[in-house]
Design a binder for this molecule. Structure first.
Ligand code: NAD
Ligand code: UD1
Length: 346
């Protein structure tokens, strides 16, 4: 069979495919003509996302409810389908929770990754895209941050990402048949332009954008801005916010790279631009017409002043760069929140 035909007919497995980034990546892959198999245990997502995906993409996907730590379930999954590649999103991501429950975080994030790699090895599928995070740079010595910057962990969540990265580096060194893309995401925000899928945090959001949209929709009275005395131009924290659809396209570019080059890579996915909390709040108000009530409170423990990506390598190796600007991120985040005030549980 011709290589491009094989690519289209053999499905791509997306673990954590019912989650925020996984569901958006599923849409991007299906729009590019791929069939996808989503596997998720739904511990931090809703089965209702599947109806939304069907509305957007029809039946080009299959859903399997399973835990990636369950080797037998993964074996059954690989046995009945000829999977071309795996994109591994499944894991837990709340920093504060990871401090309180380190064992649970290592179990899902490290144990889950080992279980998946073992099942892939048994099935002879050795092409993987892995969700890492800019958290592996800790408190960076300088910005923008290149992939060569020192790696460290400042909390158990970050440690699980670093341990998985180390494991994947050892694996690709030991066995050249493995092709692994380690993608270090900066701050994913926004939603699909349809407003049908988006980020649906349970409880009080930890991250800035969902907190802002919940204030705008009237679910929370005011945003707490963590620190106005950071060494940044306006004193509030600076981050590299990236539209989730740009991030999703980065996964497609990484898959293409692995197929084309037959070798592994580690790359930042960000816009390369730092934006402060105050700038984000102001842009959101301007674009949506909803001013965000806010108050200044103490710095959040574990936060860093500024963190944004050097995106040179992604442009060079993947031919990829972010296309959506901050206004578009705010517009799409707001459309999703306004259309789905209770997330998927309306
Ligand atoms: P998410 O919680 O929305 O999605 C993760 C999905 O994995 C959820 O649907 C959850 O139910 C599922 N899951 C968790 N443990 C599982 C297990 N053992 N077996 C099967 N399914 C399981 O999170 P997200 O924002 O989409 O993040 C996806 C990945 O990207 C995670 O690995 C996260 O650490 C990483 N990441 C996220 C961000 C971010 O800000 N969202 C930033 C950097 C890295
Ligand atoms: C957090 C995680 C990080 C993870 C990243 C993406 C922590 C300490 N770090 O980083 O490991 O990789 O999310 O998921 O949790 N802010 C407020 N008020 C709020 C929320 C946030 O002022 O209610 C500020 C923060 O201080 C920060 C910025 O907004 O300056 C962004 O915060 P957040 O969205 O939580 O992302 P990170 O801090 O980058």
């Amino acid at each position: 069979m011709h290589e491009s035909t094989t690519r289209m007919t053999q499905p791509i497995l997306i673990t954590g495919g019912a989650g925020y980034i996984g569901s958006h990546t599923a849409v991007t892959l299906m729009e590019a003509g791929h069939r996808v198999v989503l596997v998720d245990n739904l511990c931090n997502s809703s089965a209702r996302v599947l109806d939304r995906l069907r509305r957007l993409c029809g039946d080009a996907f299959e859903f399997v409810q399973a835990d990636v730590r369950d080797g037998a379930a993964l074996d059954a999954l690989f046995e009945h389908r000829t999977i071309a590649s795996v994109i591994h999103f499944a894991g837990l991501k709340a920093v504060g929770e990871s401090v309180a429950q380190p064992l649970r975080y290592f179990d899902h994030n490290v144990g889950g990754t080992i279980s998946l790699l073992q099942a892939m090895e048994r099935a002879g599928v050795r092409r993987l895209v892995f969700s890492s995070s800019a958290t592996v740079y800790g408190d960076p010595a300088s910005v923008p941050i290149p992939e060569t910057a020192p790696l460290t962990a400042t909390n158990p969540y970050g440690r699980t990402k670093l341990v998985c990265e180390d494991l994947l580096r050892e694996l690709t060194h030991a066995d050249a048949r493995w092709q692994v893309a380690i993608l270090r995401y900066f701050n994913p925000v926004g939603a699909h332009e349809s407003g049908l899928i988006g980020e649906a945090p349970s409880g009080v959001p930890n991250n800035l954008m969902p907190y802002i949209t919940q204030v705008a929709v009237g679910q929370r009275d005011a945003l707490n801005i963590f620190g106005n005395d950071w060494p940044t131009p306006d004193g509030t924290g600076v981050r590299d916010y990236i539209h989730v659809m740009d991030l999703a396209r980065g996964h497609l570019a990484a898959l293409r790279y692995l197929e084309r080059e037959q070798k592994s890579l580690t790359v930042n996915l960000g816009t390369g631009t730092g934006v402060s909390v105050q700038q984000l709040v102001d842009t959101f108000a301007r674009v949506t017409g909803h001013p965000i009530a806010h108050r200044h409170v103490a710095r959040r423990p574990g936060d860093v002043a500024a963190c944004w990506a050097d995106t040179t390598l992604a442009r060079k190796l993947l031919g990829w760069q972010a296309e959506h600007d901050l206004a578009r991120m705010c517009e799409d985040a707001w459309r999703w929140q306004a259309m789905n005030p209770g997330g998927y549980e309306d």
